[in-house]
Write a protein that binds this ligand. Structure first.
Ligand SMILES: NC(=O)c1ccc[n+]([C@@H]2O[C@H](COP(=O)([O-])OP(=O)(O)OC[C@H]3O[C@@H](n4cnc5c(N)ncnc54)[C@H](OP(=O)(O)O)[C@@H]3O)[C@@H](O)[C@H]2O)c1
Length: 409
């Protein structure tokens, strides 16, 4: 695109306003916000009223608008807007990870059919440029794994619990007071938000489109002082870690779980609302990206980078998806876990093997052993029990996979 880009902006909240600021301060980019569509007519705005509309068709049906920036906080409506914009031949830039994770394959087909771009760097880890790096820099790399801290809210809570000995409830309240956590924090603390981002990462790292409903997520809301004590005694911190791991030439697994990290681990020093991404590859070896995973200006800068990419007609090519040797998503993998519980009945649904550590105390017990991810996903009573907590010890899954002995038929 060589002309001045006309942008139609949906949403003028944290990210929308952040983008608006960043765009106004950026030099050299030929793009203007033509109209902004918002929802609430009574809200006071920081810029004059004539910029705004409450009718989405003012943007979607306007032939002068080339690019739709979808930055609203309603994933269902975001999906409707994105589909309508792509069908109208407009490029779309979005930050909505839930919408993307749930509809990615369909949206990719739609952008191809209508010969437009759908870009979403801001959806995953804010200002960290992970999507375009996976797509371009690592396009021919054999990626062993991509993991990290993809959610600032849960990491803020974990940092407060470890560094200041705050309870989960107090740390959550502080995060809410500071605007890091929503009134309903479930998506962040239970690992859903990290999981949506993981599904987007998996599409670019491994060329697989996995429905987030099929991916295991377990969060930090059952974490207790006993688990903190164990971690501290061993010199660990606990981080909420989304994992995408290539297990062998054919299979990739995905899951989100709390994980012990020791002082040598890159994620040990990723504190507060920061994010970190570790990419492990055959040739490049381990690389670590660190930065702001959220906030108006950091996320706005990722949107700006996508707008800039459109000026040279950039489009994700999903190169790994197009490669011949397709990878399969599997949950047939062993994970080594720490399990804290009170009575044996708490963990009767967990089929723990290869137990290497046991502790039986007055208030609680714990075991360390291995279990299969597919069995773990079925163990609903243990997972929902506040008296139980499960942490990935961080042992390399590719080593554990070899230890699995097939069950006789
Ligand atoms: N906050 C972050 O740091 C961050 C980081 C990365 C990605 N994201 C993603 O970015 C998106 C926006 O998040 P945010 O934090 O900016 O949200 P936010 O501060 O809550 O703002 C949401 C905006 O969307 C508008 N809106 C809601 N429904 C709408 C509709 N049907 N039509 C038009 N406008 C509508 C709201 O309008 P009113 O102003 O009229 O209420 C508001 O301006 C979300 O998908 C989020 O997951 C956020």
């Amino acid at each position: 695109m060589s002309k001045n880009i006309k942008l139609g902006l949906f949403g003028f909240g944290v990210v929308g306003q952040g983008l608006y600021d960043v765009l106004n301060k950026a030099k050299g980019i030929k793009a203007d916000v033509y109209k902004i569509c918002v929802k609430n007519r009574d809200k006071r705005r920081t810029i004059p009223d004539f910029h705004f509309t409450y009718d989405k068709e003012d943007i979607l049906e306007n032939p002068e608008i080339d690019v739709v920036l979808e930055l609203i906080n309603d994933s269902e409506e975001a999906y409707q807007i994105t589909v309508a914009a792509l069908k109208a031949g407009k490029h779309v830039i979005t930050a909505n990870k839930k919408m993307l994770a749930e509809h990615l394959e369909e949206l990719v087909q739609l952008q191809q059919k209508h010969n437009v771009s759908l870009l979403y760097e801001a959806s995953t880890c804010g200002a960290i440029p992970i999507i375009r790096n996976l797509e371009e820099y690592y396009d021919n790399e054999l990626l062993f794994s991509v993991c990290g801290i993809f959610n600032g809210t849960s990491n803020y809570i974990l940092t407060k619990m470890f560094d200041e000995n705050l309870s989960y409830e107090t740390a959550l309240k502080q995060a809410q007071d500071l605007g890091f956590a929503e009134t309903d924090p479930t998506s962040d603390v239970a690992g859903f938000d990290s999981k949506y981002k993981l599904c987007i990462v998996a599409a670019h790292a491994y060329g697989i489109f996995v429905n987030p409903k099929e991916v295991f997520n377990y969060g930090i809301d059952h974490l207790s002082v006993h688990d903190l004590k164990y971690a501290k005694e061993k010199g660990y911190k606990i981080r909420l870690v989304p994992n995408a791991v290539k297990l062998n030439a054919k299979e990739v697994t995905l899951f989100v779980m709390p994980q012990f990290v020791d002082e040598q681990h890159y994620l040990y020093n990723v504190n507060y609302e920061n994010n970190g991404v570790i990419v492990e590859a055959a040739f490049a070896d381990k690389q670590f990206f660190f930065g702001k995973g959220a906030g108006g200006h950091p996320t706005g800068s990722a949107v700006l980078s996508d707008i800039s990419a459109l000026t040279y007609n950039y489009r994700y090519e999903y190169k790994k998806f197009l490669q011949q040797d397709k990878l399969q998503y599997t949950t047939n993998v062993e994970i080594e876990v720490y399990v804290r519980y009170t009575t044996d009945s708490d963990i009767k649904s967990l089929k723990l093997n290869n137990i290497t550590e046991k502790f039986f105390g007055k208030e609680y017990n714990y075991l360390i052993g291995t279990l299969s991810l597919s069995d773990l996903m079925k163990a609903k009573d243990a997972l929902e029990n506040k008296g139980v907590y499960i942490v990935d010890t961080g042992k390399d899954l590719r080593l554990l996979k070899k230890e699995v002995t097939p069950t006789p038929k």
